[in-house]
Write a protein that binds this ligand. Structure first.
Ligand code: NAP
Length: 275
């Protein structure tokens, strides 16, 4: 993994547990790569014949210019989190959006064509919304900075057609209207994340019984949004599943082996609980 910082990451624990479980000859190592050293670090993947790397903040966009090719889905969102070394040719892909979808499907089953209200319009919102639009979901992007939300909605419309997305602000009256129609609410903002535990991105009284609520925040494991949603009869999960499934998909690209998802989840949880 190349990132700046990397010391907080759960990925090494998760991947090394999977490697050990399958008894295969790999090791997952976090490398602290400063922005100025990114190009040389990517050259090191070729020079050392490393099987692949995860790319994390702040390198996910800039790494693209140092790779030989990228997948269509990485190109659409302009972000790479997984690099695979194929005989010296470096291919970039993104497993963030597909990992989110796999995580949702593991809990609630297929969501093709669902109506989804997405809170936030940053990097993770982009990954998640493109993956959902690919499944024919109809999206409403609600963001604090309206222009940023509108920009994301426009890029979704350009890729998937006029009906794929709209954008609104985070004001209560707008959200009241939008949440009425939503099957799934996804929080991609950082509101509620440690250390500001207790924050919530939406008035909890707007949450409806039966709706699905997915909070990308996984620290804490149970966010206030998840607790408020459950207490109102909604079905809610936080973001650990996305973290595990994006890792599982990267693992499968590098090793060709089926990722032991439960082993990875258990390792991530164990790491989380003993920090
Ligand atoms: P980002 O690109 O910085 O985007 C942050 C988003 O949050 C923006 O839409 C921003 O709105 C909004 N926001 C921030 N503070 C806010 C506030 N006080 N009120 C309302 N909106 C606010 O961040 P990101 O990379 O998308 O990550 C967002 C969260 O997702 C983080 O908590 C991260 O840990 C989590 N995440 C989880 C996973 C996973 O695997 N579970 C993966 C990726 C990210 P503006 O545009 O108005 O600034």
């Amino acid at each position: 993994m190349f990132g700046h910082p990397v010391s907080h990451s759960m990925s090494p624990v998760m991947h090394n547990a999977a490697i050990e479980h399958l008894r295969i000859d790999y090791v997952y190592v976090p490398f602290h790569v400063l922005p100025a050293a990114l190009e040389r670090a990517v050259g090191g993947v070729r020079a050392l014949d490393i099987a692949g790397v995860n790319i994390t903040i702040p390198h996910k966009e800039r790494v693209i210019s140092f790779l030989d090719e990228i997948s269509d889905q990485a190109c659409q969102i302009g972000s790479v989190n997984t690099v695979v070394n194929r005989d010296g040719r470096l291919s970039g892909d993104t497993t963030d959006g597909p990992g989110f979808v796999r995580s949702v499907e593991a809990v609630w089953g297929a969501i093709d064509g669902a109506r989804v209200l997405i809170l936030g319009a940053g990097g993770s919102a982009k990954a998640v919304s493109f993956a959902l639009a690919r499944l024919g979901c109809r999206l409403v992007i609600a963001n604090r900075t309206r222009e940023r939300g509108a920009e994301l909605a426009h890029s979704l419309m350009a890729a998937f057609g006029e009906n794929a997305a709209r954008s609104v602000g985070l004001e209560r009256d707008e959200l009241t209207r939008e949440i009425e129609d939503a099957d799934l609410l996804v929080n991609t903002t950082s509101v509620g994340m440690s250390p500001a535990v207790g924050g919530i991105p939406i008035d909890p009284d707007l949450l409806r019984p039966g709706m699905m609520v997915y909070d990308l925040v996984y620290n804490p494991l149970r966010t206030r949004l998840v607790e408020e949603a459950e207490s109102r009869g909604a079905r809610a999960v936080s973001g650990l599943g996305m973290l595990v499934y994006q890792g599982a998909l990267s693992f499968e690209m590098w090793t060709g082996a089926e990722a032991p998802v439960e082993v990875m989840e258990k390792a991530a949880l164990g790491h989380f609980n003993c920090r």
